[in-house]
Design a binder for this molecule. Structure first.
Ligand code: S3P
Length: 172
């Protein structure tokens, strides 16, 4: 079976849903940010602060290339993965892309107190997050094979929906 790539904004629940989906389908699970932290031996915050975003994007692309060699793996991507069309092509060639959609307010509630999201550790975090949301939403929509609205749903419920609606595999 091919990989399953979960895409969507920060706060969409890609990691927790990915873990639940992997358990449900008995697949492996990889979080791309963890991969990047392991390969660079730096935290995401350190990468952005010390090396800058272009370095992060290059590492993200390399990490995706490595992970795309896997099979049967649920991959939680970072919110910016769709910014590079080559990443989208790579994911499409090696799996299905599921977009975890959520309303702006739900996403904001989930990320507003987090300290490990350097892109919104700025003077106007909400306004910055809104701009990111508006810019990226069409990219997620255009890239995905399936879309799940996650507002009000627990990760396990989102995983069930993905399995049922897009993969035609549903377990009790
Ligand atoms: C980013 C999202 C983060 C992480 C990095 C950049 C983004 O991942 O990759 O901070 O550009 O949206 P999550 O989506 O898992 O928070």
């Amino acid at each position: 079976m091919q990989n399953i790539y979960l895409i969507g904004m920060m706060g969409a629940g890609k990691t927790s849903t990915g873990q639940a989906l992997a358990r449900l389908l008995k697949m492996d699970f990889v979080d791309l940010d963890d991969e990047i932290e392991a390969s660079t031996r730096l935290t995401i915050n350190e990468i952005f602060a010390e090396k800058g975003e272009p370095f992060f994007r290059a590492e993200e692309k390399k990490a995706l290339r490595r992970v795309a060699l896997e099979t049967q793996t649920v991959v939680a991507t970072g919110g910016g993965i769709v910014l590079n069309p080559e990443n989208v092509a790579q994911m499409k060639q090696t799996g299905r892309l599921i977009y975890l959609a959520a309303s702006f307010e739900a996403l904001w509630e989930r990320v507003r107190d987090k300290r490990d999201r350097p892109l919104i550790s700025v003077p106007d975090p909400r306004g910055t997050f809104l701009k990111l949301f508006e810019k990226r939403r069409p990219l997620y929509e255009a890239s995905a094979t399936g879309r799940i609205m996650t507002d009000g749903l627990k990760p396990e419920a989102v995983a069930q929906k993905i399995a049922g609606e897009f993969l035609k595999i549903s377990r009790p």
